[in-house]
Design a protein around this ligand. Structure first.
Ligand code: B3K
Ligand code: ZN
Length: 882
């Protein structure tokens, strides 16, 4: 346990900064072992400060302070106070502008937490969000202090030929002792979390872009030499994202250069530093033979996400970290809309909702639940959560649904016009949406304040004589510990009514004129509400929550026939898929309770057969419709989760489907499998997704013939999609070839770190018995490295988050494995350690034996001396008794 430095920060304690920084001049004498940082700040007392006598307080951690001077006069230690986290100057000027100069020493190569300035392979780079800048120099490290940055980088010419920072390169030159320098200036004032520098031996892929208004921008992607041939897709993605933001939001890029650097040691996906994005290599590098179709898709989405932050995050930033969703929720919504426009909107929506419903809903129902705009935190890095990101995006999407595309655009235009160059709040965003559309979103704002997933219950009453359907809607907001009474939310309920012959009825509420609309949005605002639809000649089925119009759980009783009917007929692709998921979940979960459900199996198989007989333009969508709900989703449908029973039941259903539809799957596989296929366009992606879905079913039969099919695909694959899909199927089967294939894969890709990550993941996530021992052995593999987050995620993350059946072994050994890893990571990289802890927070969902096993490990973690703040907070909150 760790008790020093544990302090809870409250949103209600927000106060304007005491001092402002107009300009900061940074000089770095770069060296991996020891870097000298000189900072020269032009500062002034904030005229809006509530406390005119407050001292000047600067944040700083793990810094060696060399000197401080004020207006050119060196300060003696008596003139300031220094603690582990703060540098305080009680007598800083209260009125005049003054200059503060500070020199510090830092050691990038010993920085394994990868926050601040650190060494990744041979490259020096930074990560400052949320509070990493304080590990570089003493500074008011908070997002509402915005300053102009000038940065001078000095380094050895051979080790660090490329020297990058934010903004524009203004000059450069040579120095003696084989050193050189480059000076950068960023004309846009920014919070220090957006500062970045990169130094190293890097190659560059360059492209020219002209904005809608004619500004010429140089686009550059930097990577290590052997990776530069894998940057084309990222470049094309960036160009598409830039064009899209111009067309959809009217936003152009604002500097002469846009740089992206791919680094192999990175705590998360990427970082939107102004003009100089730093990326995890995983979200930049792609070549058909090294990256899967899913990788291509994720790269495009993350490149777009970071680019979109230039307006939603950088030009307009957050006032404080409680407002994180202001930039993250909005930017995720923007990247989701972009991806939908680029590919199959239905499939993208299905993927996004799947993530939300399985992972975010679980977070929102567990001990780590918090509102989209949290009220308190101990370690802000713990709040880069699915709730802030994914639920935050759903909240923005609901505003879009309520206002329509035009109204939303009016709102975003006003937001950009009003707040450009400012640090603002979630409330400011909603206010702009309201003011631009003369709407009142007072009630809607509760979405930002209330944690928990609301439940929406629908009941219908059909009056055949009056040809009227009455829809009774009830909303129930989950009580969250420590939260006052929950208020009813403003929920956009998008729906349609489907006739017995499968047609959508025109929707007219009582008292309205007749119209032709077949899908509409109802404003649900009360705890209980009634809607009456007229002119409905026959009893319809409700297609509720079309496109998943609100992040809620839906209770609407439908029998299996009705679900099969919706799967076949709903005009809303998302709801078609959802009906299929509900239908197959019911079947699988019945099996765990050992109810024979032969008729239901037949029903599902009939529904699948019907799908297979239709003509499909969107093969990806067909593949989604044929995929059984994942184990996380199934787990979310039951009160007490038995991961082994769920896994087995799902497998059983999969096998029964495979047996019945073997001929269809084989035929479909043969039709869409093109040996040696490398087509990376949409049609290629759809074909591969569909035929690999067929392969999953076929190999579930686990016979010599199906193993041979997978082995052949593996051997002939020219795309990483086909190679890994085949290998995953082989590893799950009893195929004799599997070890040889694993071996071959390793030898083939030994020098491609990202592919070797896949090699680790495929094994750690494999549901066969004995994977725990295998994962333990993987940690001893020469290529495993505790200091590389991607590698840690590829084994420990994959095992604990994508392998429920092994992780939840009844003897508790899976939990022990994870806890050991967390404690080891605690000393190396607290952010990664804390990320790994989240599966343990879910302990209340399991049976008593598993609960005890998990709790025991949580307690062991919590009792560990020297726990980092990140791990401390999550362990402590997970253990709080409800
Ligand atoms: N803003 C960064 C995340 C920073 C995480 C700090 N622990 C990436 C993104 O959301 O775009
Ligand atoms: Zn983001």
């Amino acid at each position: 346990m760790q008790e020093n430095n544990i302090k809870t920060i409250y949103r209600s304690d927000y106060a304007a900064p005491e001092y402002l920084v107009g300009h900061i001049e940074l000089t770095f004498l770069l060296d991996a072992a020891q870097t000298k940082v000189k900072s020269r700040l032009r500062m002034q007392k904030n005229p809006e400060s509530a406390n005119p006598n407050a001292p000047l307080v600067l944040n700083g951690e793990a810094l060696h302070l060399e000197s401080v001077s004020l207006n050119g006069v060196p300060l003696k230690p008596g003139h300031y106070q220094l603690s582990d986290e703060l540098l305080t100057l009680p007598n800083a000027p209260k009125v005049d502008v003054f200059t503060l100069e500070i020199e510090t020493l830092i050691s990038p190569q010993s920085n394994t937490a990868l926050e601040g300035l650190y060494l990744s392979t041979n490259m020096l780079c930074t990560q400052c969000e949320a509070e990493g800048f304080r590990k570089i120099t003493y500074y008011p490290d908070r997002p509402d202090v915005m300053a102009r940055f000038s940065v001078l980088l000095i380094a050895d010419k051979e080790k660090y030929p490329v020297l990058l920072s934010n903004g524009n390169q203004v000059s450069s030159g040579e120095l003696k002792h084989n050193r050189h320098w480059v000076k950068w200036e960023d004309p846009f004032p920014k919070p220090c979390y957006l500062f970045a520098l990169v130094a190293g031996q890097l190659d560059c892929l360059e492209s020219a872009y002209v904005t809608g208004s004619g500004r010429e921008v140089t686009l550059q992607i930097y990577a290590e030499t052997h990776d530069i041939d894998k940057c084309e897709h990222a470049m094309r993605s960036l160009e598409h994202a830039m064009r899209w933001d111009e067309a959809v939001y009217g936003r152009e890029y604002d500097l002469d250069r846009y740089m992206i650097v791919a680094v192999s040691h990175f705590n998360m996906g990427a970082m939107e530093n102004k003009g100089l994005n730093v990326f995890n290599t995983k979200f930049v590098l792609a070549r058909g033979d090294t990256a899967t179709d899913a990788d291509y898709e994720h790269i495009e989405a993350v490149i777009a996400h970071e680019y979109f932050h230039n307006w939603t995050g950088n030009r307009i930033t957050c006032r404080d970290w409680f407002q994180l969703s202001l930039k993250e929720g909005l930017t995720v919504f923007r990247d989701q809309s972009f991806s939908a426009d680029r590919g199959s909107p239905a499939v993208r929506r299905i993927e996004d909702v799947n993530l939300l419903r399985t992972r975010q809903f679980a977070e929102d129902a567990g001990p780590l639940a918090h509102p989209v705009r949290p009220d308190s935190y101990i370690e802000i890095n713990n709040f880069y959560t699915l709730t802030v990101y994914e639920k935050g995006a759903e909240v923005v999407r609901m505003l879009h649904t309520l206002l329509g595309t035009e109204g939303f655009r009016k709102g975003s235009d006003l937001y950009f016009e009003r707040h450009d160059g400012q640090a603002v709040t979630c409330d400011d965003f909603v206010k702009a949406m309201e003011d631009a559309n003369q709407r009142d979103f007072t009630q809607f704002r509760h979405w930002y304040a209330q944690a928990g997933t609301p439940k929406l219950t629908l009941k219908t009453d059909y009056d055949a004589v009056a040809q009227r359907l009455t829809l009774n809607v009830e909303q129930l907001c989950a009580p969250t510990p420590g939260q006052p009474v929950e208020q009813p939310l403003h929920i956009p309920l998008k729906l349609g009514l489907i006739s017995p012959s499968g047609q959508d009825y025109a929707l007219r509420l009582e008292g309205e004129e007749a119209g032709t609309t077949t899908t509409r949005v109802l404003d649900v605002t009360q705890a209980q509400q009634q809607f009456r639809f007229v002119d409905i000649p026959e009893k319809p089925l409700v297609s509720a929550l079309r496109g998943f119009s609100a992040p809620v759980t839906l209770e609407y009783e439908l029998n299996t026939e009705q679900l099969a009917f919706l799967l076949a007929h709903d005009s809303d692709a998302f709801n078609r898929w959802d009906a299929g998921q509900r239908l197959s979940s019911r079947l699988i979960l019945n099996l765990t309770e050992e109810h024979p459900a032969q008729s239901d199996v037949e029903l599902l198989i009939g529904a699948f057969q019907h799908l297979l007989e239709q003509h499909w333009d969107d093969l990806e969508l067909l593949a989604q419709l044929l995929t059984l709900p994942n184990e996380d989703y199934l787990a979310s449908q039951v009160k007490v989760v038995d991961p082994v029973a769920i896994h087995n039941a799902r497998n059983n259903v999969k096998k029964r489907i495979a047996v019945c539809l073997q001929t269809d799957f084989s035929r479909l596989y043969a039709r869409h499998h093109v040996s040696g296929d490398i087509l990376l366009d949409r049609s290629g992606i759809g074909r591969r997704k569909l035929k690999n879905t067929c392969l999953v079913y076929l190999t579930a039969l686990d016979n010599g013939e199906t193993s041979a099919l997978a082995a052949e695909q593996f051997a002939q694959a020219r795309t990483m999609t086909d190679q890994t899909a085949a290998l995953a199927c082989l590893l799950r089967s009893s195929a004799a070839e599997k070890n040889a294939c694993l071996e071959q894969f390793y030898r083939q890709w030994e020098n491609e770190a990202l592919v070797i990550d896949k090699w680790f993941t495929l094994q750690a996530a494999c549901p066969v018995t004995g994977t725990l021992e295998h994962a333990e052995a993987l940690l001893q593999h020469a290529a495993f490295d505790w200091e590389t987050p991607n590698r840690v995620r590829s084994v420990i993350g994959a095992f604990s988050q994508s392998n429920a059946v092994n992780f939840h072994r009844e003897d508790g050994s899976g939990y022990r494995f994870l806890a050991d890893a967390i404690l080891r990571l605690n000393a190396i990289n607290p952010q990664i350690a804390a990320r790994m802890l989240t599966p343990l927070a879910q302990w209340r969902r399991y049976d008593t034996q598993r609960q005890a096993g998990i709790k025991q490990e949580l307690e062991r973690i919590f009792a560990h001396p020297g726990l980092a703040r990140d791990v401390y907070e999550l362990a402590q909150k997970s253990l709080i008794t409800a």
